[in-house]
Design a protein around this ligand. Structure first.
Ligand code: APR
Ligand code: ZN
Ligand code: ZN
Length: 366
């Protein structure tokens, strides 16, 4: 048992409080990680602001990297001192989905996420006699975390901190959406709605897949500049221009692929409107739990489709080393995705900046 500093959300809509909490030792198959850095993702903000209901109180954070400080009983393949990146889908390897190679849909990991606990249904985090919930079995807005060993992948010591911090969600989700969920082919046309931390990775991966044109759509000119630097060939400020008209002007027929990377029912409908006959809208963004969309059903006759995307359909254990190789070989870029680095105490400022759409990703440096 130890004391650690963690960001506690008591109630959606209320500010986060940095607390000194009690953290239990890792149990069977779990590891204790000293966090080095954690990325602030829009999904954290969804919970903070109430559009994604989670059991409270909870310690948020689901993207980050650190160093193993202790291994629990039965842990294999990890040692104290190993540097790891964390995942919010610690897949079990046993369930229906894991057995079919769809590890990102793992039911065990899904259940942990719903309950806000670790695998045995209990929490390692306490404040006085109150249990704190784990967020997606990660809760890395905390100096130390206890996670299942399946929730970690080893990374080399020389990976830059800002790369390690955003790899586990923004990079995996964005790149996976293009390469695994969609399978974009050279010469296909792509539109990306929402050019934040995840969207920039969609743009970069689309570019690496040989897609053209790559049309970035956002309401913030600063994000559109970033989008260009990550490979967008065209940009549309949808606050000032009519996105559909512009996409038609560029592509005539509409795009082969429209990625929605925001989680807004209206922009999901917009993604549908942008695709050509036979095209596909890929929904990467996390929409509010009770929201619905309306689509013109008649358009199914021209073979338009819409596809969900969870965690970029990625296979964490295989994809992390592969992505790192590409980044280290200079074939993929992460610099520029992180615009701000702040201490844990400034998490609320980071959320505020994200609401304003100011800057790219913020990382917490411990
Ligand atoms: N149209 C287009 N872009 C918009 C709009 C809009 N109506 N409203 C906001 N945006 C842009 C913002 O300007 C910002 O650039 O969407 C982007 C969202 O980026 P981030 O806030 O950085 O979000 P990110 O962390 O990338 O997550 C995006 O993926 O994992 C999910 O839950 C996450 O649903 C969220 C989505
Ligand atoms: Zn995320
Ligand atoms: Zn599983």
């Amino acid at each position: 048992m130890m004391q650690t500093r963690a960001a506690v959300l008591y109630e959606a809509g209320k500010p986060i409080v940095i607390e000194e909490i009690t953290l239990d030792a890792p149990r069977q198959g779990e590891i204790l990680v000293r966090m080095e850095a954690a990325g602030v993702c829009h999904s954290d903000l969804h919970v903070r602001d109430g559009s994604l209901p989670e059991p409270m109180p909870i310690v948020l954070g689901h993207e980050g990297a650190g160093v193993i400080a202790e291994v629990g009983p039965g842990v294999t393949g990890f040692e104290v001192g190993d540097r790891v990146v964390l995942t919010w889908v610690p897949s079990c390897g046993q369930c229906y989905f894991c057995q079919r190679g769809q590890t990102h849909l793992c039911t065990t990991a899904g259940a942990m996420g719903m309950q806000g606990t670790l695998r045995d249904g209990t929490s390692r985090m306490h404040l006085g006699d109150k249990n704190l919930h784990h967020f997606l079995a990660v809760s890395c807005f905390s100096e130390y975390v206890v996670v299942p060993q399946e929730g970690a992948a080893k990374i080399p010591a020389d990976v830059p901190t800002e790369v390690a911090a955003v790899l586990g969600c923004a990079v995996l989700t964005g790149v996976g959406a293009v390469e695994r969920t969609a399978g974009v082919r050279p010469g296909e046309s792509v539109a990306v709605i929402g050019c934040g931390g995840v969207g920039l990775n969609v743009i970069q991966a689309a570019n690496l897949s040989g897609a053209y044109p790559i049309i970035a759509i956002d309401i913030n000119p600063e994000k559109l500049k970033l989008a260009q630097s990550f490979g967008a060939s065209h940009t549309i400020n949808s606050r000032e221009q009519e996105a559909l008209r512009e996409v038609r002007r560029i592509t005539q027929l509409g795009v082969d692929w429209a990625f929605e990377v925001l989680g807004n029912p209206r922009t999901i409908e917009q993604a549908w409107s942008l695709i050509r006959a036979g095209g596909t809208a890929v929904v990467v963004g996390l929409a509010p739990r009770t929201s619905t969309i309306t689509l013109p059903a008649f358009e199914f006759i021209i073979e338009k489709s819409i596809r969900g995307c969870f965690y970029g359909s990625s296979r964490f254990q295989a994809d992390v080393p592969a992505l790192l190789k590409r980044i280290q070989a200079g074939r993929m870029r992460v610099e520029g995705m992180v615009s701000h680095t702040v201490p844990l105490d400034e998490l609320e400022t980071a959320f505020e900046r994200m609401r304003r759409g100011d800057g790219a990703r913020t990382i917490i440096r411990f």
